[in-house]
Design a protein around this ligand. Structure first.
Ligand SMILES: [Zn+2]
Ligand SMILES: [Zn+2]
Length: 83
């Protein structure tokens, strides 16, 4: 069965409808200010940040730390996965 991941927090879900129904603790507008967003890149061995190019072994590790090349300013936002 396929797994679905949130682009903001890396949480794993068994269905997209459950993913989009619940609030995300790492939503860019603030903790639980919006729903999880489906990461459309699928399951990968490693994920690359689209802003800085750093590689991470999981989305949850990636989205936990600030990105030095975030468009809002250095460390003003989290790393974000490229598709
Ligand atoms: Zn999330
Ligand atoms: Zn980054």
């Amino acid at each position: 069965m396929a797994n679905f991941y949130c682009e903001y927090c890396g949480q794993k879900f068994s269905s997209v409808s459950i993913l989009t129904a619940s609030s995300c603790s790492r939503h860019p507008l603030g903790s639980n200010k919006g729903k999880h967003k489906l990461y459309e890149g699928g399951e990968k061995a490693k994920y690359t940040c689209k802003y800085c190019g750093q590689s991470f072994s999981s989305l949850s590790i990636m989205t936990a730390s600030g990105c030095s090349r975030h468009p809002n300013g250095s460390n003003k936002g989290k790393h974000s996965p490229a598709l």
